[in-house]
Design a protein around this ligand. Structure first.
Ligand SMILES: [Zn+2]
Length: 618
């Protein structure tokens, strides 16, 4: 637990403009700064940062919050993580609540930092070898063959793991890195039947793999042709790719190659291009598709899909045009769909992968393919029809297998179109037969689900969907006046300010007024983030977010608005009261209660006079 005070301190001491500028360029606009929103794709800026209020807001996608939530969203990191990161940055010390727990945390953290530093040092070593080692040229030639520029290689810190058995081991020893720790992170392996270590990666092109915090947690090494003068006896057939083994930093299937480098683009575009290979990813980056990631040779895992979901809600699968690629796309669907990710599929011509396709046809042509990508359901239908071929039994089974896929579609019109597509692609004239077979497949799959659910009682539900924003209509004059008060806090202490509280008819605005007034009494200012947090459940929240994002008035103008507006609002109230009295008077007359009618009439006349006076006063 981190004390609330510490969090406000971090919020106050963080230079939000500097922080946000690391992700998007900002320009001054009055008291705010504005820029292109990092959370949705746009051409004209509707994203505002209000430094004094420690608060950002986008008028386009309605995302808003403080420095902490900004980093949480843009980096996809957890709250405690972000608190620590910003505390360090702002020079705020997080007080120790529990000595023992804190000491354990610090120890674990120090160890992790050492391991990360070690990986980073190794990456630096490999980067130098790519340029300096006599055989580094072979790795550079491979990059050249793939049209990967040295700029891209540098940006991703690609390296060369030297030929031989102990180049890295020796270098680490000379620089006093612990061999035991290098073994833990999988850089070195212990020698069989003896002491000492040898290098895990030898004569390979190395791709450092970073987690979403930008720390290198693993390496992926691609095989190269054997060196020309190597004796045949030394040659061993290696796997095309060797990845770091799992360890304290790296869990297989939990990271995606390129996601850290592409995260801001993925967040901004709202979708991510998923490719298979490391070279594909580099080629995509070079071609301007920074919003890409690669699952590093494994089938897409649940953890990876969840990770993607933190940055985007749509995925475009860009797998090889061969059978294996299509199979991978098929396999990815249930994982993506369970994570709540919508998907489309680009099918490349057989024999092509994204890397070769871009080299042959250029980025623009690929962009065209991406724009025209098939929805995943259409892809699965077409693919199933192709796989089934002409065999009747295979067709029937393939149609049944599509049952759960079509059942995942909500829109009835779409469902209808998909059913027609199934009929067309499988060459079945009878739509009812198709429908029956789809239903049969769905029933079979649900029965299977029930069985597996019964076996897994801890089965967790789907990720929670954000509830829709509740909004109410805000009376415009009332909103205008409360807004002016929020622009200039001292107005809360004035006579007009106090009157306003009673005049507000919107319960949402009144609640906001009272919360803000309390805050000003205690701290002398409106803390936007704290005010938003306190009003988080109010239906007036979106009004408040919009209003706090931009300071509309300076102190003088705000005072003028309130001075002129409060009597107008008071008059509106009186007029409403007069109308109500008129209705009551007719009602009293209808039942013959003349006495009450007279009494009400007298009150109405008084109100008329005071309404008149209200407006004449200024
Ligand atoms: Zn936005």
């Amino acid at each position: 637990m981190i004390p609330e005070d510490t969090i406000s301190q971090i919020r106050e001491r963080t230079d939000m403009v500097a922080l946000v500028s690391e992700y998007v360029p900002l320009k001054r606009s009055g008291r705010s700064f504005k820029g292109l929103c990092p959370f949705h794709s746009e051409k004209t800026p509707s994203f505002y940062v209000h430094p004094e209020r420690c608060f950002f807001h986008c008028f386009g996608c309605q995302t808003s919050g403080d420095a902490l939530s900004f980093v949480m969203k843009v980096e996809g990191r957890s709250f405690p993580d972000v608190v620590r990161m910003l505390a360090e940055r702002a020079g705020v010390v997080i007080p120790v609540l529990d000595d023992r727990e804190d000491a354990a945390y610090r120890r674990a953290r120090a160890r992790e930092e050492r391991l990360v530093a070690l990986m980073d040092a190794a990456a630096g070593f490999y980067v130098r070898q790519l340029r300096e080692h006599p055989l580094g040229e072979m790795a550079r030639a491979e990059l050249e063959r793939r049209s990967i520029s040295m700029e891209t290689a540098d940006a991703f810190r690609l390296g060369y793991a030297p030929h031989g058995w102990d180049s890295l081991a020796r270098w680490l020893r000379e620089h006093e890195w612990s061999a035991a720790e290098a073994e833990e992170v999988g850089l070195l392996a212990p020698r069989r039947g003896g002491d000492g270590h040898y290098d895990r990666f030898r004569h390979r092109l190395l791709f450092p793999i970073t987690d979403t915090n930008g720390r290198i947690v693993a390496f992926s090494g691609r095989v190269l042709d054997p060196p020309p003068d190597e004796p045949l006896s030394d040659r061993m057939e290696g796997a095309k790719y060797v990845n770091s083994p799992e360890g304290p930093l790296y869990k297989k299937g939990e990271v995606l190659f390129g996601l850290h480098e592409g995260r801001v683009a993925v967040r901004r575009e709202g979708w991510c291009l998923l490719c298979e290979g490391n070279f594909d990813l580099l080629a995509l980056h070079q071609a301007g598709f920074q919003n890409s990631a690669a699952p590093m040779g494994t089938a897409l895992t649940e953890a990876q899909a969840k990770l993607l979901r933190r940055f985007a809600d749509r995925i475009v699968l860009l797998f090889d045009g061969d059978r294996a690629g299509r199979k991978a796309a098929r396999g990815a669907w249930p994982v993506l769909s369970a994570a709540g990710l919508a998907a489309r599929v680009v099918t490349l011509p057989p024999g092509d992968d994204p890397d070769s396709y871009i080299r042959a046809h250029g980025a623009q042509t690929l962009r065209g393919l991406v724009d025209a990508a098939l929805g995943v359901v259409e892809f699965l239908v077409d693919d199933a029809a192709e796989e089934a071929g002409g065999d009747a039994r295979a067709k029937a089974e393939a149609v049944a297998a599509l049952g759960p896929v079509l059942a995942s579609v909500d829109n009835p019109v779409e469902v209808r179109l998909y059913i027609e597509r199934v009929a067309r692609k499988f060459g079945i004239a009878d739509i009812d037969a198709v429908r029956q077979q789809l239903r049969r497949g769905l029933r079979a799959s649900r029965a299977g689900d029930r069985r597996s659910r019964a076996q897994a009682p801890e089965n967790q539900g789907r990720e929670q969907v954000r509830p829709p924003r509740r909004t109410v209509s805000i009376p415009s004059l009332e909103g205008e006046l409360l807004g002016a008060m929020l622009d200039s806090a001292p107005l809360f202490a004035t006579e007009d300010g106090k009157k306003l509280e009673k005049l507000l008819t919107s319960p949402e605005l009144r609640a906001i007024f009272q919360t803000a007034a309390r805050m000003i009494e205690m701290r002398g200012v409106v803390d936007a983030a704290a005010l938003l947090a306190e009003c988080a459940n109010s239906a007036g929240l979106s009004w408040l977010e919009d209003r706090l994002a931009i300071q509309k008035y300076d102190a003088d103008a705000a005072a003028r608005v309130v001075r002129d507006g409060v009597p107008r609002l008071a008059k509106q109230g009186v007029v409403r009261e007069i109308d109500r009295l008129a209705a009551d008077i007719s009602a009293a007359r209808r039942v013959g209660d003349e006495e009450r009618a007279l009494e009400l009439t007298r009150r109405r006349d008084e109100l008329r006079v005071s309404a008149h006076r209200l407006m004449a006063k200024r």
